[in-house]
Structure formats: structure tokens, C-alpha cells
Design a protein around this ligand. Structure first.
Ligand code: PMP
Length: 455
């Protein structure tokens, strides 16, 4: 049972009192009442497998009992002090989080969202280098604040209003859809976890994209100097586009040669989701100067963070830095419980095993259906790109994508959607998903694809 407004009333309120542009998935929106681990239930009691986890946010499971218990315990003790007085939880959490970070990434700023974290990271990079101009990759999403709209290079999310100044968007090294690479390095589906089939260090497309990145600095940056470079290892909102192995390593070298610092946006790829590594950047064997995180960090509780080196953090002490809610005791208790659960339940290994199985099963769908153009990803960060046909790679029309997607929803499977053309299915479930859930989801997708193909 639920104690809120009924569906019709909710829709009326939504229309009259909530932002008109608010994103509502599905022709008939799902009205969710409850969640537990990898499942959601609507107000009529129908169960769904949640393959999108509130946009990759529920990391260890909806209402995970250990996380709920930690929040509840803290709720009865202390909610808030704005860090003007010491409280134990932020110290406990900072130490805990830093124990998961490699190298000299030792100073933690806790925020309330990913956008706040990226705003702060870019400010820090500019303060530290003394250079204003920065670079992000096209097709990347880093947040929606006016500052970050210049960093997020997806026109879907940009308004006709001045966006954050001082950002250039370099070409995106997309091995499937990018102008270079394409059929040369992605003729066949890549192995699960790999972005392209080229041997590491031998992808010519990758080198061409790195050269283009360097051109941006040479041509567009005063004296060729850059403040920061920010990238996701697998672009989430962009449709689970994986950067080719070796790209980030070479890109970081170039950026540093031009005086810049490197920021890894781990808002979607962190906390073990890629399976092979705790942080996405580790899967590319690079060491960022600044790491940003949010979403899975609180398993759905709003929190984010910037983690950086003491040297970079020191530059922010030239003025007061203040965030009313960042690092509040409840968030820190939740964040710490999430880190514990990831260790105790071997979540990262689960993500690796189930994710690889999921990708292999999706690749079977790719060989069965002409419209399944690409299957990619690593661990439980998976994308399926729907196309008109495999040869042309033309994105499948939005209406057709929607009908496949709605059919899977009607069968009780919630999948995400994204990419510039809206033709990428995004599969990023809570990391406690089981093999049976994968089998059911694949069966539902197969039925929806068969219906679409008229079989
Ligand atoms: N970075 C990435 C990679 C994201 O996917 C998002 C959110 N989709 C953000 C930053 C911004 O996070 P938030 O919505 O919490 O501000």
C-alpha cells in the first residue's frame, strides 16, 4: 500500500506544479512505490527488474538493509552541523574513502551531487594551474549547472543561453560511431570489456584522436596551455561509449605536457561498477590528479565528492570554501556503509562476473537481430546501440527504439536510454543482480526484438 496521491492526481500535480521539461520515461510513466535490492514495485504491486538503477545510482541495492540501518542509526543521533564543529562521521568517512584511492589522492571534499563535484574540480584545476581554458570530450556528460553546460558536450542538454566559458570539446574517440576507427577497428563485436579489437597501443584511430586533442591545445589555447582535461572512462549519458584502451594514457601525457591537470569523472564508473577495478581510471592504467564521484557513492542518498592531492587542495585555501550540507553525518554514515557492503558482498567481483555474462548474452542478440548494431561495456556498465542495419550503422528511428523499450517495460524490465540519437539502451543495474535476472531480461528483450522484426 502507498499513502501518496493516486496516479491521476500525481499526473495532474506533475503537469501543474512540477517543471514542464522534467524527464518522464515511458508513454505511460511507471509510478514506483517501493524498491528492494535489484527490484522495484509500482503502486499496483507490479514488480520490475531495475536495469537502470535510478540512472546508475543505486550501487549495492535499493534499500540495502545494512545501508538503511546505518542511516537510521545516524538519524537518531545527529543530522547536521555544517562542519563548523567536528563530528566523528566525516572523519571516519574521509579515511575510509581515501583507503580506496591509489597514489596521492588523499584530500576529500564532500558535496551533494555530481554537478557540484565537477564544478569544484574545475575551479580547483583553474586555481592550481592558473590557466582558465579546459577541455572535455564531445558526447560526455558532466552535469547541468550553467558552468558545466559548457563541459557537457551533448546538445540535448544545452540551452540557448551562455554556457560555462573556457571549455573546448575535443573529438570523442568512439570506436563504433566516430569518424575514425569505425569499420577498421570495430568490424566485429569487441570482446566483453574491450572498446575495440585492436591490440593495445596499435589502434590507429586512437592515435588520430589523441592528435586531434593536441591540436585543440595548439590552435585554441593561449600559448598552448591548458588548465584541465575531464573525461569519463565509459561515457554514461552518451550511451556507454568506451574510450579505446590507451587513449586516456596518451591523452593524459599530452595534457600534462601542456601544463594541465587530469580529472576523471567517476560519477558512473566508480565503486566497482566496471568489475575489473574499483575506479574506471584504473582500468586504463592512468593516475588522475582529481577524481569526482557521486551517484553510487550513496546508493541513492544524495552525495558526491572531489578527491585530489594535498598540493592541488592547498590552492583552495586562498579563500573560504563552504558547503552547508556537504559531508553531513547522515550522508557520511550512508557512504561508509556502502563502502563496507561493496567489500563484504564482493560487489566488484559480482559486477565482473554477471556483467561479462550479460554482455555475452547480449552479443547473442546482436547475432540474431539486424537492429542490434553494437554491444559494448565493461562489468555492469553496458550499452546496446540500436541501428537500422549493421552495414549502415544509421541510428534506429526514435519511435522504433521506443516501442522495443516500452515492450520490455511491459514485461517487467526497466532499461535506460541515451546517446545523442537516443538509440542506445543503457544497462547499469544495482550490482546485486542475479544470473536469473539477466536470463529473464534477455528473454524479454528477445521477445521485444522479435516483435519489432515481425518474427
Ligand atoms: N558526471 C556524470 C558522468 C554523470 O553521469 C552525471 C549525472 N548523470 C553527473 C556528472 C552529474 O551528476 P548530478 O546529476 O548528481 O549532478
Amino acid at each position: 500500500p502507498h499513502d501518496g496521491p493516486d496516479f491521476d492526481r500525481a499526473m495532474a500535480v506533475r503537469k501543474a506544479n512540477l517543471p514542464p521539461g522534467i524527464l518522464t520515461f515511458y508513454r505511460e510513466p511507471v509510478y514506483i512505490n517501493q524498491g528492494y535490492m535489484q527490484y522495484l514495485w509500482d503502486t499496483a504491486g507490479k514488480r520490475y527488474i531495475d536495469l537502470f538503477a535510478g540512472i546508475v545510482t543505486v550501487s549495492v541495492g535499493h534499500c540495502h538493509p545494512k545501508v538503511v540501518a546505518a542511516a537510521e542509526k545516524q538519524l537518531h543521533k545527529l543530522w547536521h552541523t555544517t562542519n563548523i564543529y567536528l563530528h566523528p562521521k566525516i572523519h571516519e568517512y574521509a579515511e575510509h574513502l581515501v583507503s580506496k584511492m591509489p597514489g596521492n589522492l588523499k584530500v576529500v571534499y564532500i558535496t551533494n551531487s555530481g554537478s557540484e563535484a565537477n564544478d569544484l574540480a574545475i575551479l580547483m584545476a583553474r586555481m592550481y594551474t592558473g590557466v582558465y581554458d579546459c577541455i572535455s570530450l564531445r558526447n560526455g556528460y558532466h552535469g547541468a549547472s550553467p558552468y558545466l553546460m559548457g563541459v557537457t558536450a551533448l546538445s540535448t542538454w544545452r540551452y540557448n543561453s551562455p554556457t560555462g566559458f573556457g571549455f573546448q570539446n575535443a573529438m570523442n574517440p568512439d570506436p563504433y560511431r566516430g569518424p575514425w576507427g569505425g569499420k577498421h577497428c570495430r568490424d566485429s563485436p569487441a570482446q566483453p570489456g574491450r572498446a575495440c579489437d585492436c591490440a593495445e597501443g596499435e589502434c590507429q584511430a586512437c592515435d588520430m584522436y589523441v592528435d586531434q586533442l593536441e591540436d585543440v591545445m595548439r590552435y585554441s589555447m593561449p600559448k598552448g596551455r591548458v588548465g584541465a582535461f575531464i573525461a569519463e572512462v565509459i561515457q554514461g549519458v552518451g550511451g556507454a561509449v568506451q574510450l579505446p584502451d590507451g587513449y586516456l594514457k596518451k591523452a593524459y601525457e599530452k595534457i600534462r605536457a601542456h601544463g594541465g591537470v587530469c580529472i576523471s569523472d567517476e560519477v558512473q564508473t566508480g565503486f566497482g561498477r566496471l568489475g575489473s577495478h574499483y575506479w574506471g581510471f584504473e582500468s586504463q592504467d592512468v593516475m588522475p590528479d582529481i577524481v569526482t564521484m557521486a551517484k553510487g557513492m550513496g546508493n541513492g542518498y544524495p552525495m558526491g565528492a572531489v578527491v585530489t592531492t594535498p598540493e592541488i587542495a592547498a590552492t583552495l585555501s586562498s579563500a573560504l570554501h563552504f558547503n552547508t550540507f556537504g559531508g553531513n553525518p547522515v550522508a557520511c554514515a550512508v557512504g561508509s556503509a556502502v563502502l563496507d557492503v561493496i567489500d563484504e558482498e564482493k560487489t566488484q567481483a559480482l559486477s565482473a562476473n554477471i556483467g561479462t555474462y550479460f554482455i555475452e548474452e547480449l552479443q547473442k542478440l546482436r547475432s540474431e537481430f539486424e537492429v542490434v548494431g553494437d554491444v559494448r561495456g565493461k562489468g555492469l556498465m553496458i550499452g546496446v546501440e540500436l541501428v537500422k542495419d549493421k552495414e549502415s550503422r544509421t541510428p534506429l528511428a526514435a519511435e522504433e527504439v521506443t516501442s522495443i523499450w516500452e515492450d520490455t517495460k511491459n514485461m517487467g524490465v526497466l532499461i535506460g536510454k541515451g546517446g545523442l540519437f537516443g538509440n542506445c539502451l543503457r544497462i547499469k543495474p544495482p550490482m546485486c543482480i542475479s544470473k536469473e535476472d539477466v536470463d529473464y531480461s534477455i528473454a524479454a528483450m528477445r521477445i521485444a526484438l522479435q516483435k519489432h522484426a515481425g518474427k
